[in-house]
Design a protein around this ligand. Structure first.
Ligand code: CAA
Length: 381
């Protein structure tokens, strides 16, 4: 078993680390405080090839593979979770379009996602009454001539306001059994009847936006259907498998940033006449945190590697997301503890890391959903 990264993967990781240190980290706290979407940095990141990392060069992607993508998201997240989640969702949307849209739609939208013409993409499946039970959506799309007419509400949609294009799930056959009558569509920003609803105020990821989306007799051309009618739920599940690698990678970045900061702090801060780093209680927190994060990253890179080589990775992606997000949450909590009272103030970044990490245990399937996926993969349905 070879754990060595290729020189291209190392180069991408180092390039993203360098960019994040220079351009993202210095503004992360301020953007979080102002709840300000990082338009400028995202455009620069698109110019670096970070918005279509798993789509072909032909469509403007960088096609560097899932392992390099995972490494890149981790480096971005070390500097700012909001930049990272926006990047992860935009990459996921580029992939859905590449895998399921017509050639014309691929040519129309993927280059704009990759080159930053669209500030982001969005993935709209969740509704006010249903999140984890994704097959239970109620938005409806009805055929009318050569269009579908879409009605319904989507909630908690990351980048819903900024997305140039949104993947939207709706029921197209009410009589079909659960999960079989759902279809997926591409809806462009600015389409008549597509309205941006209320903004959510979040605990973390505050420089990324989250909105309700309202579809009120929104007419979309038939060719905006992804895959076949009724394929929508499977499309969502397949894409979320890949998305979960992104969120796991993000969590590893946030957890690493937290423990790296806290480790530096305890090497300088003194109590009872010696550096905090001399206390075994602190040393063990550091040892556990680095060990657990490394384990989570190995699992995440393994899921990414399976994806990259075209093998099944549903179980591994869910295991990676579950372990990485729950581990990073513990690590961020320990990091606050290591800074003591200062860790609880906004003077230091660890409170932001803790707020940011909570979202990763919820996005793209809660930890409980990951356990459902993993246990079904082991036990069968
Ligand atoms: N790949 C391919 N097919 C899959 C699949 C996968 N990973 N998972 C399920 N399917 C198929 C099943 O085989 C089944 O098909 P058949 O009936 O033909 O056998 C069909 O899909 C239905 O599957 P289930 O019976 O497992 O469906 P379920 O209703 O029991 O739900 C669930 C399973 C795992 C809980 C699913 O609903 C789920 O993942 N929920 C979480 C939703 C989620 O992650 N939402 C996140 C929103 S997006 C987001 O957060 C992005 C953002 O903005 C940051």
């Amino acid at each position: 078993m070879d754990f060595t990264l290729t020189s291209e993967q190392e180069m991408i990781r180092d390039m993203v680390r360098d960019f994040a240190e220079k351009h993202i980290r210095p503004v992360a706290a301020q953007l979080d405080e102002n709840k300000e979407f990082p338009h400028e940095n995202l455009k620069k990141m698109a110019d670096l090839g970070l918005m279509g990392m798993n789509v072909p060069v032909k469509y403007g992607g960088s096609e560097v593979g899932a392992v390099a993508y995972s490494l890149a998201v981790t480096e971005i997240a070390k500097a700012c979770a909001s930049h990272a989640v926006t990047t992860a969702v935009t990459n996921m949307v580029a992939e859905v379009i590449y895998e399921f849209a017509s050639d014309a739609l691929k040519e129309k939208h993927i280059p704009k996602l990759c080159n930053g013409h669209y500030p982001a993409g969005a993935f709209a499946i969740t509704e006010p009454h249903t999140g984890s039970d994704a097959a239970n959506i109620r938005a409806m799309a009805v055929v009318d001539g050569d269009s579908f007419v879409l009605n319904g509400r989507k909630s908690l949609i990351t980048s819903g306001e900024q997305a140039g294009v949104v993947v939207v799930w709706a029921v197209t056959d009410r009589t079909a059994r659960k999960g079989k009558g759902i279809s997926a569509f591409l809806v462009e920003q600015g389409t008549s009847g597509f309205v941006i609803g209320k903004a959510e105020t979040k605990m973390g990821h505050r420089a990324s936006s989250m909105h309700e989306l309202v579809f009120d007799n929104c007419r979309i051309p038939r060719e905006c259907l992804l895959g076949q009618e009724g394929d929508g739920f499977k499309i969502a599940m397949v894409e979320l498998d890949g998305g979960r690698i992104g969120i796991a990678s993000l969590a590893i970045g946030v957890g690493s940033a937290a423990i790296e900061y806290a480790t530096q702090y305890v090497k300088e801060r003194e109590a009872f006449g010696q550096k905090l780093s001399r206390f075994q209680a602190i040393q063990w927190m550091i040892a556990d945190s680095y060990t657990e994060l490394e384990a989570a990253q190995l699992l995440t890179l393994r899921a990414a590697s399976l994806k990259e080589s075209g093998q099944g990775f549903t179980k591994e992606a869910s295991m990676a997301k579950l372990l990485a997000t729950e581990t990073a949450k513990e690590v961020a909590l320990r990091s606050v503890q290591m800074l003591g009272g200062y860790g609880y103030t906004t003077e230091y970044p660890v409170e932001r890391y803790l707020r940011d990490i909570i979202g990763t245990t919820l996005y793209e399937g809660t930890s409980e959903v990951q356990r459902i996926v993993i246990s079904r993969e082991i036990l069968g349905r």
